[in-house]
Design a protein around this ligand. Structure first.
Ligand code: NAG
Ligand code: NAG
Ligand code: NAG
Ligand code: NAG
Ligand code: NAG
Ligand code: NAG
Ligand code: NAG
Ligand code: NAG
Ligand code: NAG
Ligand code: NAG
Length: 639
């Protein structure tokens, strides 16, 4: 009988393994030996009928072979009373293994490091055992894994970022272990089911995982302000009709658009109310659960449903929004301006909280890239970088919510109301603008492993923070646009020469743009302006370079600055820094951190010999004669 079945088996092998008969036999024999080695060291509590003289594929309990019976592809031994460590170099020799289930046993010791040899593995179930210690980074080799269930063990350490390599993963269950530290930003496009509950994880839920229900993360020490999902916008916002010649009509259409934007936000906020309550109730947990119930949906409901994940407004940590739905309904709003990346609106709430809502247009980046970039930008907390508060991404609409700065942009401070009864922008403030902006950009350049590029530095994207220092906004958006360089018409004067060819912004091109900004502060002139009777286009950088070459340096400075005494040395130093930033060869430009140091030195040199009252003097009738005379008159009158 046994003989007959053996002959049958060999016949089948002959059919399937005609090409490499001996190799085929050898593989199965190797698998058999590996399994026998395994149970020799981990004897099961019940008989498995694993005997050297029987067929692995047809009579061994828990074993499945491939169709041509040349390899073992599945081992399922749930609840077989297996105790102790998995001996090394046993199961790991089953190199064709696709499914391994050892759940509900008494297995101990670390995650077997040689499992990284099991590269065909698609399902691994080790839950309900007593494994301990950290997960090995070698896990990353199991790239075909779709299900990984390690729940109810004693694994500890952090969740390795290497899990991101398991891109086929559909289900990941690490619940009821002792994992600690932050949750890595796992980029797992196929993940449908996730459970990290009942560990010791802290920090916040990364953007990539915010679509999962709250119960995926319960029983940890995570910060409460996180998943705000899903927030359906009522309907796709219709595209604005931009080319409308009549200014009245234009205003109207923008008002309508804004109404829709705010309406959308309002609805978003409505569902977000529960989350905001969570945010406010940080101090007392009773408040959290109590108030959450008041909302239409519990927080769990509000965050459930991965299918709705695409419709949500995502807030960044900190949640300093002190307004609720009703406030927002009463918000007034106005168009602030159209920029390179879209139109900005100012939304003022009843309690005077003001935010900037920016509708991005021509976004070329996909959702994942967009989210990643937002996460990078949103993480930046610096007094010289405008804070990104929230964002929204859907197919039809991309919104970002920024902090609002009341004094307007440096562009309007510098060029607004020229010639009328304007308050001149004093030298002190200009220095602080340059220094603040430089610090902000230097901070931006540190982000993303030192690779983040601002990409859109210009006076209209620099604001004054509470301390009256410069503060940069709109960073990192250019790289998300369909064309990653701003059109020359909008940004020409700030754009580094090499960007015209490479069509890529870099940190060096940021330095160039910053140099142009400093020249603008020094001269009071726009980067590209019309001058002379011939209405000739003047390129600020080229003009300054030519004037300085002629050694008429004094001529470049803003006439408004002539009233401030004893600043010429500082102005000349600033001019030199700006000139260093705008040199033609990108590699010859200083790094932003160096620029910050140079600017700080400008200040240090002179703070000793001047009192602050002298600085603050912006008495328009000050009779202090200008220290620097404009030899040939102002060569380019203000427009
Ligand atoms: C047996 O089938 C597997 C696929 O299931 C195939 O990869 C392998 O080459 C086959 N073996 C032989 C010897 O034909
Ligand atoms: C299996 O892993 C061990 C180390 O864990 C290694 O020495 C061995 O070469 C691997 N075998 C195969 C077939 O990859
Ligand atoms: C495992 O995945 C790799 C690609 O990552 C693929 O080439 C290979 O065929 C897969 N192996 C199995 C057994 O599915
Ligand atoms: C994991 O992915 C990273 C980058 O995605 C790669 O550098 C690394 O080699 C991968 N590790 C393994 C073990 O495949
Ligand atoms: C993981 O294991 C737990 C406990 O046995 C079980 O409830 C759950 O369904 C498993 N999940 C997956 C994806 O296999
Ligand atoms: C993990 O647990 C082991 C004991 O099983 C312990 O020695 C080790 O310090 C723990 N590691 C961490 C990071 O908690
Ligand atoms: C999982 O862990 C939690 C908290 O430690 C515990 O309350 C719960 O009973 C555990 N679940 C199981 C099935 O043991
Ligand atoms: C994970 O395992 C727990 C119990 O251990 C179970 O309740 C839960 O449903 C599982 N979740 C997933 C996503 O497999
Ligand atoms: C998270 O916990 C680790 C220790 O497990 C600690 O070092 C770290 O500071 C904590 N992080 C936060 C944000 O609480
Ligand atoms: C995760 O597992 C816990 C038990 O550990 C369970 O209560 C919870 O419902 C699970 N969540 C999901 C999404 O499977």
């Amino acid at each position: 009988m046994a003989m007959a079945s053996r002959i049958a088996a060999v016949a089948i092998l002959l059919i399937f393994c005609s090409a490499s008969f001996s190799r085929c036999l050898a593989d199965l024999a190797d698998d058999k030996r590996a399994l026998l080695d395994f149970i020799a060291r981990v004897p099961p509590g019940r008989d498995l009928n694993w005997r050297p003289d029987t067929s692995v594929c047809s009579s061994w309990t828990g074993i499945t072979c491939n169709p041509n019976r040349s390899r073992v592809i599945a081992v399922r031994l749930p609840g077989f009373g297996l105790n102790g460590r998995i001996p090394p170099n046993t199961l790991s020799r089953l190199s064709a293994l696709q499914t391994l289930s050892l759940r509900s046993n008494g297995l101990t010791g670390p995650f077997p490091s040689d499992f990284s040899n099991l590269t065909s593995l698609t399902s691994l179930h080790l839950q309900l055992n007593s494994f301990s210690g950290p997960l090995p980074l070698d896990l990353a080799f199991l790239t075909n894994l779709t299900v990984l269930n390690l729940s109810h063990n004693s694994f500890n350490g952090s969740i390795p970022f290497a899990i991101s390599n398991l891109t086929e993963l559909v289900a990941l269950n690490l619940s009821n272990n002792s994992f600690s530290g932050g949750i890595p930003d796992l980029q797992l496009p196929n993940l449908k089911s996730l459970n990290l509950s009942n560990n010791h994880l802290n920090g916040s839920i990364p953007v990539s995982l915010r679509g999962f229900p709250a119960s995926s993360f319960s029983g940890n020490d995570l910060s409460p302000i996180i998943p705000v999902t899903p927030v359906p916008l009522p309907a796709p916002i219709p595209s604005p009709v931009i080319p409308t010649p009549s200014p009245k009509h234009k205003k109207l259409s923008e008002a309508v658009i804004l109404g829709i934007v705010v309406g959308a936000c309002v609805l978003a906020f409505a569902v977000l109310a529960t989350a905001l309550v969570l945010c406010r109730g940080k101090s007392g947990d009773n408040v959290v659960s109590g108030k959450a119930v008041k909302g239409e949906r519990s927080p769990e409901k509000a965050v459930s449903g991965r299918q709705d994940e695409r419709n949500r407004l995502v807030f960044f940590e900190g949640c300093s929004f002190e307004f609720d739905l009703e406030d927002l309904l009463r918000a007034s709003a106005e168009v602030l301006g159209k920029g390179t990346c879209g139109t900005a609106y100012k939304a003022v709430l009843e309690d005077a909280t003001t935010v900037v809502v920016k509708r991005l247009k021509d976004v070329g980046a996909g959702k994942r890239d967009f989210e990643q970039q937002m996460e990078v930008i949103g993480r930046i907390r610096h007094e010289n970088v405008a804070e990104l508060r929230a964002y929204y991404y859907s197919k039809d609409e991309k919104l970002i919510v920024y902090e609002f700065y009341s004094q307007g942009s440096v562009s309007s401070l510098l060029h607004g109301k020229r010639g009328e009864d304007r308050t001149p922008l004093d030298w002190e403030t200009r220095l602080r603008i340059a220094l603040g902006a430089a610090r902000g950009i230097a901070r931006v350049h540190m982000e993303n492993n030192g690779k983040l590029v601002h990409g859109n530095i210009k006076a209209s994207n620099v604001f004054l923070n509470n301390q009256q220092y410069g503060c940069v906004s709109d960073l990192g958006l250019i790289s998300l646009m369909i064309s990653s360089t701003p059109p020359a018409s909008r940004n020409g004067g700030y754009r580094a020469p090499e960007v015209i060819d490479t069509r890529r912004s870099t940190q060096a091109s940021d330095v160039y743009s910053f140099g142009v900004l400093v020249l603008e502060l020094l001269t009071g002139k726009s980067p590209i302006h019309v001058a002379g009777a011939g209405e000739e286009m003047v390129h600020l950088v080229r003009w300054v370079q030519s004037v300085v070459r002629e050694e008429w340096t004094a001529e470049v400075f803003d006439v408004e600055l002539m009233r401030y005494p004893n600043i010429e040395e500082e102005m000349v130093e600033m001019l030199q820094i700006a000139m260093a930033c705008v040199v033609r060869m990108p590699e010859q430009r200083p790094k932003m951190a160096e620029v910050v140091r140079m600017l700080e030195d400008v200040r240090r040199v002179d703070t000793g010999n001047r009192t602050s009252s002298e600085f603050k003097s912006d008495d328009a009738n000050s009779l202090t004669p200008p220290q620097i005379t404009s030899a040939g008159g102002d060569p380019s009158p203000q427009n």
